[in-house]
Design a protein around this ligand. Structure first.
Ligand SMILES: NC(=O)c1ccc[n+]([C@@H]2O[C@H](COP(=O)([O-])OP(=O)(O)OC[C@H]3O[C@@H](n4cnc5c(N)ncnc54)[C@H](O)[C@@H]3O)[C@@H](O)[C@H]2O)c1
Length: 349
């Protein structure tokens, strides 16, 4: 298949690009190269004849129409977004512009292209979204997000992603655009930009800096290894039912504090400190305004209908991740100078 992947220079998008090329797909990576992007994430496939890069913004309709006409993709995998909740608290405008308006422009460009080719039924517009659109859960393990959980976004980021989900469904219902959607839990793994919890903890630990934990660290997240996620996304694209949405989780719920302690234990083993444990660097800091208590995915649908399960436990995935950061300082070191990295964001509410 020829795939147009938006946001393919970001964390998850680049995992999709690498896996798709490895599986024999042709990939066009469309990315505006914002602060979160890094073309080094796709360096391993950049020389492949199956790979092309288009530097473009999803808000730019003319550019999108040119790219559709030039590459004639069989499917769109839409991952381009502003993705960091803390940044959405400080500056929600960029999130509305890219996640809502940008998705609208991409849908319209895709619709025009698809209609111009006689509305092929096999075409797919796959929207990659988040479990955060469903809001915040109580601690009860019996209560988890299903695909039918009502939307209840609570941050500017999750509200913008909820809006984009609604647009995609509307374009499916109203115009018949063949859409499919996925909502996933917290990803982690190699090439994760060092503003998110897992890389922040690994890199601060190595630098001897405090490991910041919001509030008491009691917030619960379900952790999904990014390469498992990329695998699930390609499966949904190829086998998912038209118009359907699938929740994708790691089946690994942990409190933030447990997650950080696990990372510290792995680091203690792989790169022991001269004295003490990395856990000694844990520092509790002011909580995020409106911090959702718990996210948890009910993975029944993707398991039952598509036979998909994650391949790693969170312990295995975190160990692979820590080893990757230890081995790839040349990747992460330059990113520490990017705007906002290393600073506490999202406290202005
Ligand atoms: N990271 C997670 O844990 C997670 C969880 C659930 C859902 N998601 C969703 O998955 C997708 C990818 O997330 P990520 O963590 O890889 O994000 P990321 O921030 O690492 O990457 C986003 C990419 O999109 C590009 N981009 C941003 N604005 C753009 C624009 N206007 N035009 C074109 N490109 C633009 C950036 O340059 C970057 O390469 C997002 O849609 C996000 O909402 C992420």
């Amino acid at each position: 298949m020829k795939l147009l992947v938006t946001g393919g220079a970001g964390f998850i998008g680049s995992a999709v690009v690498r896996l798709a090329v490895a599986r024999g797909h042709q990939v066009v990576n469309l990315d505006a190269l914002t602060y979160a992007a890094n073309l080094a994430n796709v360096a391993s496939v950049a020389g492949s004849p199956a790979y092309a890069f288009e530097h473009a913004d999803i808000r730019d309709r003319a550019a999108l129409e040119r790219i559709f006409a030039a590459h004639e993709p069989d499917a769109v995998m839409h991952l381009a977004a502003e993705s960091h909740v803390d940044r959405s608290i400080d500056g929600p405008g960029d999130f509305i512009e890219t996640n809502v308006t940008g998705t609208f422009q991409l849908l319209e460009a895709a619709r025009k292209y698809w209609a111009g080719r006689g509305k092929p039924a096999e075409f797919r517009f796959h929207h990659i979204s988040t479990d955060e659109v469903f809001g915040s859960l109580p601690p009860d393990p019996a209560v988890r997000f299903t695909e039918d959980t009502p939307y209840d976004p609570r941050s500017p980021y999750s509200a913008s992603k909820a809006a984009s989900d609604h647009l995609v469904r509307a374009w499916g219902e109203t115009y018949g655009l063949p859409v499919v959607l996925t909502n996933c839990s917290n990803n982690y793994g190699p090439y994760h930009f060092p503003e998110k919890l897992v890389p922040v903890v690994i890199l601060n630990a190595l630098a001897g800096k405090p490991l910041p934990i919001y509030g008491q660290g009691a917030n619960i997240r379900d952790w999904l290894y990014v390469e498992d996620h990329a695998d699930a996304l390609l499966l949904v694209l190829e086998k998912g039912a038209l118009g359907r949405s699938y929740n994708i989780g790691g089946e690994n719920e942990r409190t933030n504090l447990d997650l950080v302690r696990t990372l510290c234990a792995i680091l203690d083993r792989l790169r022991p400190k001269a004295a003490g444990s990395y856990a000694d660097q844990i520092a509790f800091v002011a909580d995020r305004p409106g911090h959702d208590a718990r996210y948890a995915i009910d993975p029944s649908r993707i398991r039952r209908e598509l036979g998909w399960r994650p391949s790693v436990t969170v312990e295995e995935g975190l160990e692979r991740t820590v080893r990757w950061y230890l081995d790839n300082e040349a990747w992460w070191r330059p990113l520490l100078d990017r705007q906002g990295v290393g600073q506490r964001l999202g406290t202005k509410a």
